[in-house]
Design a protein around this ligand. Structure first.
Ligand code: ZN
Ligand code: ZN
Length: 147
């Protein structure tokens, strides 16, 4: 059996019933690296499935995340979804609010230090970067773009 870890085959491999909204939702999140909110995904999915509800989109996003097909992250503005499920850190632009992927740094020494200091067993950790993205730096002086 040829295993393809993209879309349809992944869903089948995970034993999920493949519904059209679920496939579309997965496609929408994977097609962008902007870490969309449920509302953004809903707007996109609704173009193809006008009768879909925000609640359905949200429920499916959470299920896809629970299955490991998407990553989710709690943000000040609510839950954001990530098509990139590999290990990586994030850079949040404080000017436009966009979240970018940045390569994760495997700082094992940091984990070891924390573990030694607290007695915790550290299984995972993430680093969050904040600042101004390249596009916003170039646009300095102009009014921020609202999304
Ligand atoms: Zn920006
Ligand atoms: Zn990401």
């Amino acid at each position: 059996m040829i295993t393809n870890y993209q879309g349809l085959d992944t869903l089948r491999a995970h034993g999920l019933r493949l519904t059209r909204p679920r496939q579309l939702i997965l496609d929408v999140v994977r097609a962008t690296d902007a870490h969309p909110t449920a509302a953004f995904v809903y707007q996109r999915v609704r173009r193809r499935l006008p009768r879909v509800s925000l609640a359905t989109v949200y429920r499916n996003l959470r299920m896809l995340a629970a299955e490991g097909l998407l990553a989710e992250r709690a943000d000040a503005g609510g839950m954001r979804f990530d098509g990139n499920t590999g290990p990586h850190d994030h850079f949040t632009c404080l000017a436009c609010g966009r979240i970018y992927d940045v390569p994760a740094r495997a700082e094992r020494s940091v984990r070891r230090r924390i573990a030694a200091r607290t007695g915790f067993e550290v299984l995972d950790h993430r680093t969050e970067y904040y600042g101004r993205c390249g596009a916003c730096r170039r646009q300095r002086g102009r009014s921020p773009v609202t999304r």
